[in-house]
Design a protein around this ligand. Structure first.
Ligand code: IPM
Ligand code: MN
Length: 360
């Protein structure tokens, strides 16, 4: 198969973890005889430094031409005081929208070898296996009007949470389909006791559910969901929620996995005429400027994202499973990065990537 991939290393540790994920893709391509075509472009802080734009036109063009995009992380501390529309993060929001990747899948799984890395009791975490489906193209992140208004008696800021029926319908369908391939349980998370977007959200999800009688559906309010995630995380199979709620809950989910460095993500859009699914793959973690350039970031989130790309964009389930197995084997050796409580001295980013390649 032809794997036509755009790589966006981004900022901070993004470049380091992406390098390891690319190595893994090369090994997979060689072993399973796929043709790998890699291109690279800029996104985020590095793109601002080089071009003045966090999401340059050239990057957009290459992203739309590629079958799938592998991204590191964006964000640099020198832009902390900049307004939202000029920040590196805006590049990420731009590419998510431009590619139309509306379904962000964030699997949260506990690994035996990492049970002690979570601050939660082992018996709460052991056996956790869920996917958070975060709506990624709507809600507060994109709604208008938005802005800071300084024309009145005092500054005023506005953001808008808006969802249309069809935006909710399509993300609900992705979630029901996913649940069907798993334990057939879907939890929809909203704040329908207070906000209208959540009321519509719930109405649409209930409507779509009629087409999936084999999937059991329940609803949780987002505040209660935040609590249930740490009280009883095993109750979740697939969880679907709007953009901002999903952003917050998925960081909380990271506590279950032991380290945010473990979490991969897949953002899926439409199916292309070639049969490949449009996809943007990125670890859930950020650019971590505090440890950037030190070869100590955990590459599993990025490598897991590459595995997700093989699975969701290209349908290469065997290859994806092999990568996930190789990662788990490395985890079990205890030769892992500092965030995972390694046995002995922590492994470097490169050593972990190398070990996964060897395993393959
Ligand atoms: C994430 C990140 C991004 C988001 C930031 C960097 C814009 O936190 O992917 O979860 O809020 O979506
Ligand atoms: Mn986030």
């Amino acid at each position: 198969m032809n794997l036509n991939i755009l790589v966006l290393p981004g900022d901070g540790i993004g470049t380091e973890v992406t390098r390891e994920a690319v190595k893994v893709l090369r090994v997979v391509a060689e072993k399973w005889k796929h043709q790998l075509t890699l291109r690279e472009a800029m996104l985020g802080g590095i793109a601002i430094h080089k071009t003045g734009d966090p999401f340059p036109v050239e990057t957009e063009k290459l992203a739309l031409e590629a079958d799938a995009v592998l991204m590191g992380a964006v964000g640099l501390p020198e832009f902390d005081e900049w307004p939202p529309e000029k920040r590196p993060e805006r590049g990420l929001l731009g590419i998510r929208k431009a590619m139309g990747v509306y379904a962000n899948l964030r699997p949260v799984k506990s690994y035996k070898a990492l049970l002690d890395s979570s601050p939660l009791k082992n018996e709460i975490v052991d056996g956790v296996d869920m996917i958070i489906v975060r709506e990624l193209n709507g809600g507060l992140y994109y709604g208008t009007p938005r802005g800071i208004y300084e024309d009145g008696p005092e500054p005023r800021a506005v953001n808008t949470m808006a969802y249309s029926w069809s935006e909710i319908d399509r993300i609900a369908r992705v979630s029901f389909e996913l649940a069907r391939k798993r334990r057939r349980k879907l939890t929809s998370v909203d704040k329908s006791n207070v906000i209208e977007t959540s009321q519509l959200w719930r109405r649409v999800v209930v409507e779509v559910a009629k087409e999936y009688p084999d999937v059991s559906l329940d609803h949780l309010l987002v505040d209660n969901c935040a609590m249930q995630l740490v009280l009883n995380p095993k109750r979740f199979d697939v969880l679907v929620t709007e953009n901002m709620f999903g952003d917050i809950l998925s960081d909380e989910g990271a506590v279950l996995a032991g380290s945010i460095g473990m979490l991969p993500s897949a953002s899926i859009g439409a199916k292309k005429p070639s049969g490949v699914w449009t996809g943007l793959y990125e670890p859930v973690h950020g650019s971590a400027p505090d440890i950037a350039g030190q070869n100590k970031a955990n590459p599993f989130g990025a490598i897991g994202s590459a595995a997700a790309m093989l699975e969701y964009s290209f349908g290469l389930t065997e290859e994806a499973a092999a990568v996930n197995r190789a990662m788990e084997n490395v985890l079990n050796t205890g030769r892992v990065t500092a965030d995972l409580k390694p046995k002995g001295t922590p492994a470097t980013t490169e050593e972990v990537g190398e070990a996964v390649c060897q395993g393959l």
